[in-house]
Design a protein around this ligand. Sequence first.
Ligand SMILES: Cc1cc2nc3c(=O)[nH]c(=O)nc-3n(C[C@H](O)[C@H](O)[C@H](O)COP(=O)(O)OP(=O)(O)OC[C@H]3O[C@@H](n4cnc5c(N)ncnc54)[C@H](O)[C@@H]3O)c2cc1C
Length: 404
Amino acid sequence: MKKFDVVIVGGGMVGAALACGLGNSQLSVAVIEQALPDAFSAEQPHDLRVSALSLASQKIMQSVGAWDGVIQRRACPFRRMRVWETAGDTEFNCDDIDKPELGFIVENRVIQLSLLECLGRFDNVELIAPGVIKHIRYNSAVNSVVTLQDGEVIEAGVLIAADGGNSRVRQAVGVGVTSWDYQQQAMVIYVETEYGQQDITWQRFVPSGPQAFLPLTNNFGSLVWYNSPDEIRRLKQLSGDQLVAELYKAFPDCLGEIKKVLGVASFPLKRQHAQQYVKAGLALVGDAAHMINPLAGQGVNIGLLDAAALAEVLVEASVKGENVADLNILKRYEKMRRNDNLRMMTVMDAFYRVFSNDVLPVKFLRNLGLGLAERVLPAKNKVMRMAIGLDGNLPKLARGIVLK
Ligand SMILES: Cc1cc2nc3c(=O)[nH]c(=O)nc-3n(C[C@H](O)[C@H](O)[C@H](O)COP(=O)(O)OP(=O)(O)OC[C@H]3O[C@@H](n4cnc5c(N)ncnc54)[C@H](O)[C@@H]3O)c2cc1C
């Protein structure tokens, strides 16, 4: 049996970031990942799964040493964000807050690969992949035991659920969730465009749901189209040319000519929040703890903040000689993150309901809101700073402080 202070189940973006945050600490760490991502090559087309990384996420990646890996692979910075609907619109510009950019659109696989590559530099971290879990035994009074399909048995001082929205660990240890479906799906469409993409993300709100256009490198872009499951099913059955015709009808003309649809996928939208983030010897991070409406692209950003906060709590406790599996220690992490995440989920919900609504007074108010946001610069800058992770209760790694 192998024994580790910390065992992270899930080496996705959040689990791998947590492991990097614990790199070079006094803690022995294992990451169990069931399927490693394919290697990256610049000739490959962009993946369908991309994320808008905030500046806080960039800082976390820099602090743990994984940002260079992202830049060397592929990332598209954006300097402006345009949000609009029928009567009002507003543009956020990085110049207003004296930053070189507002964030980066990066393929999820690029983020994950850069973090996993970084893990290789730490003597105290072992990556077990592919590692398929057969059984999890959790008991708050003793170490957890994870048994893999190949017979390997791993003992964990602290077991971490970083295994996504359907977290097996969360279910095995009996942490409940509150959740509901939005009765909508998000269709992601990877397109080739006539012109090279600019440094701007577009988001438009129509009653059937939000629409977004994210720039990728060169002449490529990623569209996100929210609609009812029935409508998304219909759209997915269309040929490439038919879908382009639908895109011209639904999306604004100013986005320019779409030459070709290169890939399509759809995702059901769900809000889900774990009733607790910690138990003795256990912590949940990322989508295992929360799933948020992706309309403002915050899911992995708040997940990376979880990883940074938990790494900080564990490293500081181990330096002081405290027992990192102790519930009171782990509660420090829950205190740092749960309310912030709940607030972000609530704001996204309010946003979603106000903007996907065709009732006249609501329309009037939101247009007023957008108009005000456009004219009142301090308010606009405040919203922008929050969205890109410059304000709020940021963990050390998100402020560029390396953990010791
Ligand atoms: C359409 C859409 C667009 C989005 N856009 C954005 C965006 O722009 N910005 C943003 O911040 N967020 C965005 N999100 C959300 C973001 O994708 C998620 O929040 C993010 O992927 C969560 O990362 P994670 O590492 O917690 O979980 P996951 O990405 O789900 O990773 C979990 C990892 O655990 C592994 N795993 C699972 N089960 C096991 C097991 N039993 N044993 C071992 N390993 C296991 C998996 O293989 C995987 O590697 C979007 C989501 C959707 C649906």
